[in-house]
Design a protein around this ligand. Structure first.
Ligand code: FAD
Length: 404
């Protein structure tokens, strides 16, 4: 601001599309940009482009509530998110970009004996995977979160599962950091470039049609989150995915008062405080299929009620903004990183409401698959055919406020 923006170099180039690339990535969200970055960095593939129908960072990567954690339970998910958290821990150095990764700790509250048992099992799985988990009793929770309603609440707090390495990151900085890193390695980032068709000849992909002309490519990766079903349909595919709206809310800036990420075990509510001071919170899906990036008021009311039950003090804050994003929901709550029946066509989708934390490991694994044809060891379970055969389903959708 002090320089009036004069003389500031753009973070990335704004190139014209070439007629052909070795590979194109459809979708300039977190996962698409990370894929391009790791294709260039890890596999030396630089004659590639990211095709984004809007602008970099305009999708869910800039709409989420920024929670980063490695507290999954099932083998298949557990090693993947563990890898992702390790990549997060080195990301700022790797990208030379401040993504404001803040390991402030996540506390998942529990409110019954049954929930405590489930969280003990989850904590043990996290420790077995090499990640961190601490079981807090009620007094332990009180020491960390003294502002919760411990006395009059309808759902007494029994304790919490504390994951100290979990936390948050600045979501759009993650997009910008990966975008700049990819651009500097020669990747063309093509904005306002909507893919309108996928060209297939003799069972192999050979390019895409876009609003900026036809582009030939030997390999194509679909990474379009909430639009996955629509783009996959361009290649004749029907995905096991429904697109739903998830809302988020932010208050006016306040002095620091919530210094962890906290999730409510008995209602749809989770919260953290941004570095600007806003309380950032959300709940569950709106529960109707939609491609509109906005939600409805009953869900907003439901989320506020759950928040007020847990921490009545937030009723003092004024709500500034709310928004919605389109979630690509799979039946088992776990993602897909796989090749398709069309040679050279790959897909990375189904991140549901939890794909922000997955951005580094997803890009890493999808780049590995696109470059080598082999599944990366951390993402080998995310196969398409589990929905066809019923084998290898990873039923870990998360419940209510635990999902983000
Ligand atoms: P996007 O940023 O949506 O990228 C997809 C891109 O594809 C878009 O930019 C879109 O314009 C582009 N595209 C679509 N169609 C085309 C086309 N035909 N041609 C070219 N481009 C196209 N996850 C967490 O881990 N933690 C959280 O706390 C969390 N909270 C969330 C809260 C909310 C309110 C929302 C909405 C999501 C949340 N998520 C969270 C989920 C997470 O944001 C998503 O899973 C993840 O961002 C999806 O991947 P992406 O970043 O690549 O998506």
């Amino acid at each position: 601001g002090l320089t009036g923006n004069r003389g500031w170099a753009p973070h990335w180039r704004d190139p014209e599309p070439k007629a052909a690339y070795d590979a194109v990535i459809i979708g300039g969200g977190g996962h698409g940009l990370a894929t391009a970055y790791y294709l260039a960095k890890n596999h030396g593939l630089t004659n590639i482009a990211v095709l984004e129908k809007g602008y970099i960072g305009g999708g869910n990567i800039g709409r989420n509530t920024t929670i980063v954690r490695a507290n999954y339970f099932l083998p298949g998910n557990s090693e993947f998110y563990s890898h992702s958290l390790k990549l997060w821990e080195g990301l700022e150095e790797d990208l030379n970009y401040n993504v404001m990764h803040s390991q402030r700790g996540i506390i998942n509250l529990f409110h019954s004996d049954g929930q405590r048992d489930a969280f003990v099992r989850r904590g043990n799985a996290m420790i077995t995977q090499g990640d961190d988990a601490i079981l807090l009793d009620r007094e332990g929770v009180r020491q960390h979160l003294p502002y919760l309603d411990f006395e009059n609440t309808r759902f007494p707090i029994y304790g919490g599962l504390y994951h100290p390495r979990g936390g948050t990151a600045r979501h759009d900085a993650v997009a910008w950091g990966y975008a700049r890193g990819a651009d500097r390695r020669g990747v063309d980032l093509l904005q306002n470039c909507e893919v309108t068709g996928i060209d297939i000849e003799n069972g192999a992909v050979c390019g895409v049609q876009t609003t900026r002309g036809a582009i030939r490519a030997k390999k194509v990766g679909i990474v379009v989150a909430g639009r996955s079903s629509q783009v996959a349909a361009m290649a004749g595919m029907r995905l096991p995915i429904e697109s739903h709206v998830l809302q988020a809310f932010v208050t006016e800036g306040l002095k620091p008062c919530i210094d962890h990420v906290v999730t409510f075990g008995m209602g749809h509510f989770y919260i953290s405080q941004s570095d600007k001071g806003g309380l950032v919170f959300g709940g569950d899906l709106d529960f109707y299929a939609s491609y509109a990036s906005r939600g409805n008021l009953p869900t907003a009311e439901h989320v506020m009620e759950a928040g007020m039950t847990l921490m009545p003090m937030i009723g003092q804050a004024k709500l500034l903004r709310s928004w919605g994003g389109i979630m690509d929901m799979t039946p088992d709550g776990s993602p897909i990183i796989d090749r398709t029946e069309t040679d050279g066509l790959f897909i990375d989708c189904g991140w549901c409401y939890g794909g922000f934390k997955a951005v580094p490991a997803s890009g890493y694994a999808f780049a590995h698959l696109m470059a080598t044809g082999q599944h990366h060891e951390t993402a080998a379970a995310f196969r398409f055919d589990r929905f066809r055969t019923g084998r290898g389903l990873l039923d870990e959708e998360g419940t209510g406020s635990q999902h983000n």
